[in-house]
Ligand binder design. Structure first.
Ligand SMILES: Cc1cc2nc3c(=O)[nH]c(=O)nc-3n(C[C@H](O)[C@H](O)[C@H](O)COP(=O)(O)OP(=O)(O)OC[C@H]3O[C@@H](n4cnc5c(N)ncnc54)[C@H](O)[C@@H]3O)c2cc1C
Length: 494
């Protein structure tokens, strides 16, 4: 009996922690495992909801039908619309639970944002963002509080314990898991009377899976910020007959600085920290391809910038700006996690200090003339000079006749010193996974649930397709936590 539980959850982060709390609140005996030694820091700071209590207090109301229409269009309906609506119908419950049970008792707050400013269709934005913060606008390290809650609810939490395989009975129903101990490799079997929930995240840290399931993502990203995302939970599901999304979905930041001369096709560094993290990349300044030519409207969702770049030679781009641009960052009015720093725009001095660090690291180049900058960035001199000249002319008229960037984001590059950086994508997470139905049950290729098997978060699929809609700030975290809670509740009710 020692190794027998009602519900077993693999992955103790956003989806898994919420699943564990929800199942335990329903009276289930729960085992929560994670292959790493901690998971607290993975609980994310921007959470999306529509009309949560915090949003009501701030007078914010997000139009559900409009948001669902937008997401359906954004994903070109390559999704299970029932899952979109399931999220929209339950995200507020999750936000309220988080606020009442995790944040308030520990002095944290949900801080709603109402800055969804947009002027063009491509930038359509919603006030979904709830920043999880301290009352003085600092970071709330609420992952610790979630893990405390998990323990308070009587969940057995085992770190350094990896889901290796699912165990099934003759009918194909999932009856338990086989795990391995991280240091000894010792295998253990645990029985689950009511269900197993896969909350193990995506596969961006697994080069072989990236090449197989998301080959363009492998080329256009120069970094992956999910070193532990090895796809092992998804593989375990596939082994017992689960269906999987057939096309990739990802969340990619345009913030991956690389040294001049990098071969992006071969460069895929699995690393969160380091000099390649370039915050200002998410600002819609002048961007050119490796031929020194402007190639599109920089004022688009951050992942669209990387998609457009991937249609240019070398899967890289260069961002170009001048000293005085950095005194006017607030005027770009970026939103959610494309804003600089926390809780919003870095002040000018902080931003300049960061740029100086990147210069010292050799990532950012600084020059007194555009010709010199072109040389340092290894871009064709005449092309870059012409691109900057043309851009400045349009900034002067306030009309981008080449690509239609909004006037408030047209800032000239006409006062030295000039700066430039070569950039590719930073993969935050893959978002395609095991197919589930609205009960969070994992389904097979015929759409039938595999009895007692559930999935949530980035290990699950059918919700995202292609790019991440960053103008619905906090959507991945909310998707993971909301679906985690539903999976926990449903499994406990078996
Ligand atoms: C730097 C950064 C910042 C981000 N900020 C935000 C944000 O503010 N808002 C937002 O909406 N999104 C954000 N995201 C995206 C968000 O983090 C993810 O979408 C979210 O964490 C997904 O949650 P998850 O529970 O599905 O998986 P994860 O958070 O990836 O957790 C999976 C867990 O499973 C464990 N695991 C994996 N395999 C196994 C196995 N075989 N056995 C046992 N355990 C296993 C892992 O160790 C990990 O702890 C950010 C991402 C990054 C990289």
């Amino acid at each position: 009996m020692e190794n027998t539980y009602d519900v077993i959850i693999a992955g103790a982060s956003n989806s898994g922690g919420m699943a564990a709390c929800a199942a335990a609140e329903k009276g289930a005996k729960v085992l929560l495992i994670d292959k790493q030694g901690s998971s607290q820091f993975l609980y994310r700071s921007f959470f999306a909801a529509l009309n949560s209590n915090a949003q009501k207090r701030a007078g914010i109301k997000v139009d559900k039908a409009k948001l669902m229409n937008f997401l359906t269009l954004f994903f070109q309906d390559n999704v299970d619309e029932r899952l979109l609506w399931t999220w929209a119908n339950h995200a507020d419950e999750t936000a309220n639970w988080l606020e009442d049970n995790i944040l308030k008792p520990n002095g944290g707050v949900l801080r709603p944002q109402k800055d969804a400013h947009y002027e063009t269709v491509v930038n359509t934005a919603f006030n979904t963002e709830l920043a999880i913060a301290t009352p003085d606008n600092g970071w709330a390290h609420y992952g610790d509080w979630v893990i405390d809650k998990v323990k308070e609810l009587g969940v057995t939490l085992k770190y350094n314990t990896k889901l290796e395989e699912l165990v099934t009975d003759d009918s194909g129903a999932v009856t338990g898991v086989i795990t391995s101990d991280r240091s000894s490799g010792e295998k253990t079997e645990y029985k689950a009377n009511k269900g197993v929930i896969i909350c193990t995240g995506g596969y961006g840290g697994n080069v072989e899976l990236m090449k197989k399931w998301d080959p363009l993502g492998y080329k256009k990203n120069v970094y992956s910020d999910g070193p532990r995302d090895d796809g092992s939970g998804i593989l375990a599901g596939l082994k017992v007959g689960a269906a999987r999304d057939e096309e990739p979905a990802e969340i990619i930041f345009d913030r991956g600085a690389v040294p001049v001369g990098t071969n992006a096709e071969e460069h895929y560094q699995i690393d969160f920290k380091g000099p390649g993290y370039f915050w200002m990349g998410a600002y819609p300044m002048l961007k050119v391809n490796l031929n020194g030519e402007r190639f599109g409207n920089e004022s688009v969702p951050y992942q669209f910038d990387i998609n457009a770049m991937a249609k240019q030679p070398g899967y890289l781009e260069a961002q170009i700006w001048s000293e005085d641009t950095m005194d006017h960052l607030a005027q770009f009015r970026t939103q959610g996690c494309s804003r600089l720093g926390w809780p919003g725009i870095y002040n000018t001095e902080q931003n300049k200090a960061e740029i100086q660090r990147r210069i010292d690291d050799g990532m950012v180049q600084k020059a007194d003339t555009i010709e010199e900058l072109a040389e340092k960035l290894d871009l064709p001199k005449d092309n870059l000079v012409n691109s900057v000249k043309r851009y400045n002319e349009m900034c002067a008229t306030g009309v981008d006749t080449d690509f239609g960037k909004e006037k408030f984001r047209l800032f000239p590059v006409d006062k030295p010193p000039y700066y430039g950086v070569i950039m590719g994508g930073r993969l935050l997470a893959t978002l395609d996974g095991l197919r589930i139905n609205p009960k969070m049950e994992v389904i097979d290729k015929k759409g039938q649930p595999i009895p007692h098997l559930y999935a949530a978060g980035n290990a699950s699929g059918g919700f995202f397709w292609g790019s991440y809609p960053d103008r619905v700030p906090g959507l991945t975290c909310s998707h993971a936590q909301t679906f985690g809670r539903l999976a926990g509740q449903n499994a406990a009710e078996n």
